[in-house]
Design a protein around this ligand. Sequence first.
Ligand code: HEC
Ligand code: HEC
Ligand code: HEC
Ligand code: HEC
Ligand code: HEC
Length: 402
Amino acid sequence: MKNTNSILVSFFLGIILFTFTFCSDSNSIENKPNIQALTESWEKVIPHQELPEGLSSLSAKQCGVCHQDHYKEWQQSTHAHAWTDLQFQAELKKESSPFMCINCHIPLQNQQEYIIEGLIDGDIYQPVKRKNPKFDKTLQQEGINCASCHVRDGAIIGPTGTKKAPHKTVKDTKFLSESLCISCHNAVAVITPTLACSFETGDEWKAGPYFGKENCIDCHMEATHREVMKGMGERPSRIHNFAGSGIPKFDTVTTNIKNGLEFYPKLAKNIITLYDSISFSFKVKNEHAGHKVPTGDPERFFLIIFELKNGKGEVVASATERIGEKWQWHPSVKKLSDNNLDPNEERVFSFSHKSMERGKYQLSVKVTKHRMTKKTAEYNGLGSNYPTFIVIFEERYSVLVK
Ligand code: HEC
Ligand code: HEC
Ligand code: HEC
Ligand code: HEC
Ligand code: HEC
């Protein structure tokens, strides 16, 4: 992968160069636009793909006529909603969002309305575009569809190159490997002073204990044995729902959940004497994820909420811990802190309350997983029923003070 520093340096150089060309241009007599070619990988789209022999459409719906299970599973993945997602659409409409935002969300040229031919003065906000005569709106609505991962150079790319398929099929296990996932799930760049990309899932995996043992596909595409088309006989296959954080995107679509964290609660004693202290420790371990938790979008976070209530149900003490990154977005973008859990890392959170009076108490612990804050959801106009979090652990303990 690319070196972060060199990307940062080249972006800063880009900004300096941009200022320079802008100034010198305004003094020149001709004022002919200086069109520069696209250079960064995420500026480029996957070129137009022709229909493989034996098929009548590239759309997932068509693949689904034969590959019914794959289609149903994929429909439940966020990949299927990478374009229609309300949050994505809201962010895309902002003036600060440059043209290349769509390249990982609708990656094929067939899915994009315009062909980008270059950038005026290398400015990402001044793309030179023309209408794509082969634009297919159905494919666009499908986001990251079957063809995004399986169609290249007039053939279906598969793991075996089977001759049983009615469509032209080519075996390419190197292409269908974790590097395909990482081509979208890793991007680190400060694009403008107030716009940054920070998905480091690929780098986190490469630096961690799962590298060389289990990859993205092993964990996110569960192996199974089944017919991939009715009547064709069973074969090795993989579940295509790409289960992830599990925080739903819409209140109407079920997404599939994966949890990375395990919790080990420990209450020192549940019967204590007058004026003694209650002491509770809560160990959290990233036991199942091959990368940090949370990973990907820097807006994700977890909250661990402790609450101690007396016999009347009144809260006598509470505390909240947070796992996640903190960023400053204005006036310039900067990561302020990051306490995400590395693979296998464990952290103990303690909660205690001193000088307890006689009576019955209830201690509760709740862990919530958040896609974004309520404030961000409101800021993006996502509406009050757009789901922003789920509860992944909840437990209550009784304590008696004698
Ligand atoms: C008319 C039915 C039909 C349609 C439509 C169809 N497929 Fe297939 N496909 C098959 C059959 C049959 C096989 C072979 C099944 C087997 O190996 O048991 C197959 C195999 C595959 C394989 C595995 C290849 C390998 O190397 O093992 C992939 C991947 C695949 N199809 C993807 C797609 C995609 C993507 C689409 C839509 C663009 C699609 N198929 C449309 C019937 C179809
Ligand atoms: C050892 C298994 C494992 C491996 C390897 C792995 N993941 Fe994950 N991944 C998980 C688990 C478990 C979660 C759920 C984390 C959570 O929300 O608690 C997850 C979550 C995610 C998410 C959702 C983001 C989030 O914050 O929850 C994305 C995206 C993701 N993984 C992508 C990848 C990619 C890309 C790779 C390969 C570079 C990869 N994963 C490798 C197990 C794995
Ligand atoms: C994000 C990428 C991605 C998307 C989207 C995707 N696939 Fe796959 N698919 C893969 C990978 C990777 C493999 C190979 C896994 C392996 O090596 O065993 C695969 C394998 C397959 C196979 C071979 C049998 C099996 O189950 O492993 C079929 C058939 C298939 N995909 C069909 C589809 C269909 C149909 C769709 C759309 C409904 C689809 N895929 C969407 C990545 C994708
Ligand atoms: C063309 C770019 C692209 C490719 C290739 C790709 N992804 Fe994704 N993936 C995305 C985008 C974009 C999203 C988020 C969509 C959204 O939230 O609207 C996503 C979402 C996910 C999620 C769900 C995260 C969550 O919120 O729960 C998982 C898990 C995931 N991808 C795993 C994979 C794996 C495994 C592969 C490789 C087989 C892969 N992806 C290949 C772009 C891609
Ligand atoms: C290099 C590929 C890439 C580019 C370019 C890209 N994205 Fe994404 N985007 C992703 C991936 C991968 C995910 C899923 C991350 C995850 O779930 O961990 C995602 C998820 C999202 C989400 C959903 C966040 C969530 O919490 O589920 C939004 C909104 C989004 N992107 C907006 C944008 C905007 C706006 C731009 C342009 C500034 C952009 N994307 C450019 C790869 C990309």
